[in-house]
Design a protein around this ligand. Sequence first.
Ligand code: ATP
Length: 341
Amino acid sequence: MPVAIEFNSVSKHFGEVKALNSVSFTVQEGEFFSMLGPSGSGKTTSLRLMAGFEQPSSGRLTLMGFEAAGTPPYARDVNTVFQDYALFPHMNVLDNVAYGLMVRKMPKPERYALAHAALAMVALPDHGARTPAQLSGGQRQRVALARALVNRPRILLLDEPLGALDMKLREQMQVELKVLHRKLGITFVYVTHDQNEALSMSDRVAVFNRGQIEQIATPRELYRRPRTRFVADFVGSSNVVAADLARRITGHSQCFSVRQENIALAPAGGAAAPGRVQVEGEVLAIQFLGATQRIEVQVGSQIMTALQQDVAAAGDQATHTAPGQQVALHWAAHDMVMLDA
Ligand code: ATP
């Protein structure tokens, strides 16, 4: 597949702050690529470099096969959608969407035709005459999307576009964005600090930490095979077992992670079944969550968490477990993922 974006040892410093530190990765054409990480990890800086709002301190950045350096934002084949929509409040929706085309001096009939088409793409065909104030948050975000799409960019950059929406609308827009991505077939680069959003929407996810990328993988790989402690902690709900406890359990001190839902409970005092790893501890708390139940167990100096998927099917051991009790936690040896530091 052709490469849409390539970062080659790209660094970006703001004075003393190393926002990005020699980052290299590629985004394939047509891919839904997410940049996930905590606040300040360098996601937005990466996006702004792609858009041309910032220039790298060092390294090379190419877009659609061309060196990006020296190409101003408006001449790049990219458009950006921001969290705060950045719509003009005094203009109606149609003029907001057509604005970029007007600046490029496209004649009125043509630019309105394209703006109508863009509004239809985001399922707002009849809202052109309203002002942004007469729209809901979700509709405003769709207008912002239409405004970015009206230029028919090859790459769409989205910076936490759903951050201002409530949970329900957010989930609905996630589905709509996925559908739009499939329909348009262009490259989407999506910035988020929400791991569920990144996992549910993306073809691949880059996990950022302190200006570097810890891992780039498909959502499944990232969830099942986190490479580092940071990724295991940040993505999904894992137990990260530190060196001391790891030594007690496996005989060597390499940290490992094991997913909460892969841990089962048994009465204390029994031996581990073949192919399973076992450790004992004291139940600290039980959280009933409806279909699932979360059990926290003090194991040595660490707290491990088991998530029981089907409380009814888990039987007596699940329902009779109580705080203060000694229990055995066990999991399949192949569910342990060894981690780099
Ligand atoms: P968030 O999720 O909070 O937006 P982020 O991962 O997108 O975080 P960036 O915005 O890329 O993080 O910021 C990375 C680092 O660079 C931060 O420490 C930030 O304070 C710093 N930084 C970003 N832009 C500038 C700037 N214009 N001047 C100085 N420092 C900056």
